[in-house]
Design a protein around this ligand. Structure first.
Ligand code: PHE
Length: 462
């Protein structure tokens, strides 16, 4: 194991907050949250999601930052160091994280590539002359065009590699300082625009008026699973970012701030999308369709739509880039810490490997590769990777991280790490209770439901 000679550190506390918020805010907030909220009855789902963030998301987030800061290492080495106390080696949890990083970034980059493609389409006035049908069909054409997908996937990976290559302070922090304020600014502008639309009141009510009769127990699980994805938990991204923090920082306060920012972005994004959709007579529909099929139709019909469309898709690109950076950093930092590689070598090699393993996802809609995948597995390659990562790898990683921190981590190290730099020391026992009992049980139930061992909706129906 390589020794940490001079480990890089964040330049400032704000730098860390922006970078970690950048990791958290991504396609999960702009695309997935609005659509699952629509599917699960609005207000009541939002309420449950907020509870999940508070009782599971924030405690696990805090556990990850603590593991990172305590060991000043990326996940595999971090678990190696902390495992001594428990006589069992937990570094496999770190390896699950590294593996998830490869997998998630390989297809995340393809989706981000679509956003790049739509940004260019908006700039070139593509939507102006087309009928709504044609506009939504364009997405299907794009999806089926393997070469174009590979091209945009390459562009996005190049951008991500370019940033992470620059290191923590000179790359990730610098770009988070530029992109995050821009992202928040764009969101606020779009929010003011959405407020002027007729559908705003209806959207507001839909989001904040909990109608208990619409509650499906499986919606609770969906909310919990999404809490992990949206906070970038379960694969060591936050461990890695935490490893560049100094002992001075107040981890409790910082974790709460990041979770609140992430949640605020998801809610504001929904308050931007729904009024547009309601006002122009569409219903929030499932999947990638909402972002890439419906919205361009609406943009083509409203005054100033071209500008709105450009800034909206740029927003998506920025959000995906700051998340992609953290995914590449987990994978690269692992080889830097474990094998003593230089950063540049690690980032270039890992970036290239991820580009290559993303190619099947990029070609997935074209039938150029794995032609019979869908026939054999029921879903295409792209959807298979997404499903494996978000429904399996992240919840299981999160479960193991919670169990390790709650039950196996050296008590003194754990307490010390929580207490150092915080004025919320009194919260320790509550946090410990959440991380030991609430988080593992909750995630375990998600896993059982996903595996199909239990069907929560049926269990509660009698
Ligand atoms: N949190 C990101 C999003 O909401 C996704 C992500 C997951 C990023 C895991 C890093 C690690 O889109």
């Amino acid at each position: 194991m390589a020794v940490n000679q001079t480990r890089e550190q964040w330049g400032s506390k704000l730098g860390f907050i922006l970078a970690a918020t950048g990791s958290a805010v991504g396609l999960g907030n702009l695309w997935k949250f609005p659509y699952i909220t629509g599917e699960n009855g609005g207000g009541i789902f939002v309420l449950i999601y907020l509870v999940c963030i508070a009782v599971v998301g924030i405690p696990v987030f805090l556990a990850e930052v603590m593991i990172g800061r305590a060991t000043q290492s990326s996940p595999v080495v971090a678990f190696d160091k902390l495992s001594n106390a428990s006589k069992t080696n937990w570094n496999f949890v770190g390896w699950i994280g590294v593996f998830s990083g490869f997998i998630i970034l390989s297809y995340y980059s393809v989706v981000a590539g679509w956003a790049l493609n739509y940004t260019l389409m908006s700039i070139s006035h593509f939507f102006d002359t087309l009928s709504p049908d044609k506009i939504s069909q364009t997405f299907d054409v794009l999806y089926a065009s393997g070469d174009i997908n590979v091209f945009w996937h390459a562009v996005f990976m190049l951008l991500t590699v370019g940033v992470v290559y620059g290191g923590i302070k000179g790359g990730i922090e610098k770009w988070s300082r530029i992109l995050m304020p821009l992202l928040l600014g764009i969101l606020v502008v779009l929010f003011f625009y959405a407020m002027t639309l007729d559908g705003f009141g209806r959207s507001f009510k839909f989001l904040f008026y909990p109608d208990v009769s619409k509650l499906k127990p499986s919606g609770v699980l969906e909310a919990l699973g999404h809490a992990f994805f949206t906070l970038s938990l379960g694969m060591g991204a936050i461990i890695t970012y935490g490893s560049y923090l100094s002992k001075k920082e107040d981890l409790v306060k910082t974790s709460v701030i990041i979770a609140v920012l992430d949640t605020a972005v998801a809610i504001i994004a929904t308050l931007v999308l729904f009024p547009i959709i309601f006002t122009f007579g569409y219903e929030p529909q499932a999947g990638p369709g909402l972002l890439f099929k419906t919205l361009p139709i609406i943009f083509s019909q409203i005054p100033g739509g071209m500008i709105l469309s450009i800034i909206f898709f740029l927003l998506v690109v920025f959000a995906a880039l700051t998340s992609g950076m953290s995914l590449l950093e987990v994978v690269s930092a692992n080889f830097i810490d474990l094998l003593g590689w230089g950063r540049k070598k690690a980032v270039l090699i890992m970036g290239s490997i991820i580009f290559i393993i993303g190619i099947p996802s990029a070609l997935s809609g074209s039938g150029a590769i794995f032609k019979n995948w869908e026939v054999i597995y029921g879903i295409n390659f792209f959807d298979t990777v997404d499903y494996l990562a978000s429904n399996w790898l992240l919840p299981i990683g999160g479960l193991l991280i919670a169990v390790f921190t709650g039950w196996f981590m050296d008590r003194r190290v754990r307490e010390n790490e929580f207490m150092t730099g915080t004025s919320f020391g009194r919260g320790y026992k509550y946090w410990l209770f959440l991380i030991r009992f609430v988080a593992p049980v909750a995630v375990f139930i998600i896993v059982l439901q996903r595996v199909g061992f239990i069907n929560i909706d049926k269990l509660f129906s009698w």
